[in-house]
Design a binder for this molecule. Structure first.
Ligand code: SF4
Length: 78
């Protein structure tokens, strides 16, 4: 599993992620969920899987390993 993150455009601040996996999610000062820094790779953990399934907005997403390279990154052509 790749890095998990909360899509701020989708999150509505239900806090279910934090209730189910407080070791991985926190609530920011505006009431929205976010991944605690350093916990981005905890997506295989049971509580995190529950949080992903129970987010009503489907706002907890995963960055896949084959995501497009960053702007300045070189792309191999062969
Ligand atoms: S459960 Fe989903 S919508 Fe609610 S705070 Fe967490 S990420 Fe946001």
């Amino acid at each position: 599993m790749g890095e998990i993150y909360v899509d701020g455009a989708r999150c509505q601040g239900h806090a279910r992620c934090w209730a189910l996996a407080p070791e991985t999610f926190e609530i920011d000062e505006e009431g929205y969920g976010k991944v605690i820094p350093g916990r981005e790779n905890s997506g295989d953990e049971l509580n995190v899987r529950k949080a992903i399934r129970n987010c009503p907005e489907r706002a907890i997403l995963e960055r896949s390993d084959d995501e497009a390279p960053a702007k300045n990154e070189e792309v191999a052509t062969s």
